[in-house]
Design a protein around this ligand. Sequence first.
Ligand code: NAG
Ligand code: NAG
Ligand code: NAG
Ligand code: NAG
Ligand code: NAG
Length: 374
Amino acid sequence: MAPSSPSPPRFFVFLFLSVLYPHVQYSGAASLPFHPRDVLPLLPRQVAWPVLSRLRGAVDLLPSFVGAASEPSDYDTNLSWKGACFYNNTAWIEFHNKTGSRFGGGTVHIEVNKAHSWTCMDLYVFATPYRVTWDYYFLSREHTLEIKEWEGKAEFEYVKNRGVSIFLMEAGMLGTLQALWDVFPLFTNTGWGESSNIGFLKKHMGASFQQRPQPWVANVSADDIQSGDFLAISKIRGRWGGFETLEKWVSGAYAGHTAVCLRDSEGKLWVGESGHENEQGEDIIAILPWDEWWEFELKTDDSNPHIALLPLHPDMRAKFNETAAWEYAKSMDGKPYGYHNMIFSWIDTIDGNYPLPLDAHLVPGLCSHHLGFS
Ligand SMILES: *[C@@H]1O[C@H](CO)[C@@H](O)[C@H](O)[C@H]1NC(C)=O
Ligand SMILES: *[C@@H]1O[C@H](CO)[C@@H](O)[C@H](O)[C@H]1NC(C)=O
Ligand SMILES: *[C@@H]1O[C@H](CO)[C@@H](O)[C@H](O)[C@H]1NC(C)=O
Ligand SMILES: *[C@@H]1O[C@H](CO)[C@@H](O)[C@H](O)[C@H]1NC(C)=O
Ligand SMILES: *[C@@H]1O[C@H](CO)[C@@H](O)[C@H](O)[C@H]1NC(C)=O
């Protein structure tokens, strides 16, 4: 399920800004010039296109897990892996207490060796459930990533036991930029953004879009809707359109967002929905009168929502406990609903259910990203 009201897709905005302003966390040799390949996206399209078209688009935005850097007990415990640019890499972590805080901090040491060319570089994302940061390397040597202080006991213990997860952006700097370039239009609230979303769903999910005959709004009478009827919503435009597109692709569903209809004891119809924006601009779970909800979808929602009303099967309706549904809805009313809910909703097994190359290690990292930057 996805919130209905817009808030920026911060992960992508963050990644986008970080890639555009890499010097902020730069740790290589500042004097080395960029090779033309690294600035390809800035070159004229005719020149850049043959190279760029070989990349896989949005898939390149998904980092792959290389391992967890932990405190070495002996030499053999250092994590080692092969990168896209550097073929011999090791990492380990050293705990310290430079700030004299309760749990101290740590240094992640990364040694990269055997670059296959002098201009290539590897882009890494480092994550614990409490933080995500990134860095890139294009010089063979030892690099360090400094974490001054752990967020608290939970992060300290997590890193002691499980280490800091390291992800490689397989596509490197160029591929990542190109992938962002592909994904960015998904989020723009324009006809161009909308056709980008449709194009993405067609290409990556084999979805087909056929324009339905007019009128585009069915003549729905609220009197025909009963408790338990389900609303499947698909947004294809604007910021939530873009986020829903990626979510559909990751989850394999064709709806990005759902809501449920409920009638109260006086027979009034309500809609229970996640991600309603309140006056403070927070995304919360809300129960709205049907008329208000429908009016918004018809007149105000600029995400061009596609809404399907799916009535309960009579057998299911016979089992539907309206009292229990109301109790649950009221217990959730007003609760925050953020990216973390949405991302956890992608997961229906512990692992083995992610589109490649997403995996179980990435998800806690992504979630902390959304929490951390929300
Ligand atoms: C591996 O871990 C040890 C600490 O036990 C460290 O001194 C050493 O430099 C690490 N790195 C490599 C590449 O072996
Ligand atoms: C990989 O690097 C380590 C030091 O970081 C070095 O001891 C080892 O010999 C290297 N392996 C190869 C195959 O070059
Ligand atoms: C770090 O130093 C402070 C002050 O000396 C101390 O209270 C704290 O327990 C230390 N933390 C760790 C993890 O060693
Ligand atoms: C919509 O349906 C109602 C009956 O359910 C009918 O009275 C009304 O004329 C219909 N409106 C249109 C535009 O078809
Ligand atoms: C419906 O739910 C309520 C509240 O949870 C419960 O007390 C009641 O027994 C349920 N009714 C049926 C028929 O299961």
